[in-house]
Write a protein that binds this ligand. Sequence first.
Ligand code: PHE
Length: 341
Amino acid sequence: MKQQLEKIRMEAMTAIETVKGSAELDALRVRFLGKKGELTAVLKQMGKLSAEERPIMGQIANSVREAIEGKLEQRKTELKAKALEEKLVSETVDVTIPGVPVVLGHKHPMSKVLDEAKEIFVGMGFEVVEGPEVELESYNFTKLNTPYGHPARDRSDTFYITEDDKVLLRTQTSPMQVRVMEQKKPPIRIVAPGRVYRKDEVDATHSPMFHQLEGLVVDEGITMTDLKGTLEHLVKQLYGEDSVVRFRPHHFPFTEPSCEVDVQCFECHGAGCRTCKGEGWIELLGAGMVHPAVLQGCGIDPTQYSGFAFGIGVERMAMRRYAISDLRLIFENDVRFLSQF
Ligand code: PHE
């Protein structure tokens, strides 16, 4: 029996010494010390020993167990240290390798200029609202004092969606004037940005889809002077105190009187060049005093209230703001262009 125990001790020591991983180590623990292990098997024979031999064998068996346990523990620590060492080596970071630059995204020039404009209007007490791009004919035309037969309704200019021409892609953001006035009573002060659609061929200044920023103010005693002051403030905030604007008489069915507002060309400062097509000025927006018929149609008494409205071309605003000479650049999304903003 003593020999058996010594044999187990020897075998265990070599086996544990050469073990490679912690799973193997656990297997050895079971093999030598487990309930069905080799040491237990020997101890089961203790009953056959005489009373004198038993304590001696017991002592030897205990020392074998302790030796194996100690060896297992020692090997476990060694394996752990080795694993850590390997991990440290394999995960080493070479701090001398050049980094990969992180390209940060940023806002499109259209979003930037629109955000700026919205902020200027919010600063003047305006509220920002939005409405549908697929619009009813009545909001886009009829309620805006643009009756059937009016040239603005022409099928060659407007994308109609239904055969009966009742549903269309809005050709302007002005239907938002009606939508707001039908919902709210004065005082009203809103701007409404969004996409509009017209059957235009693409060129340096035209696109079948573009953006407008509609504005509407309705209250008692609103005059053309309020309109001028508001728009001049916008232009000076956007383009600088020294920028020059001009108000030109115009016609819109839903405003009376109506005007168009131009800013002096950023390229030639009024002399005339390719960007402004020799005019010296760039048309920025249409505006006017809300037509009494439109107020009336929305249930607002035109003898008590008056208002002004305007529709700004957002692309034009961005082109003037960032000196972009071709509208197509705004929609092509060439990163070489976009990364400049
Ligand atoms: N809706 C007009 C256009 O698209 C612009 C405009 C808006 C004119 C508001 C007057 C008042 O040309």
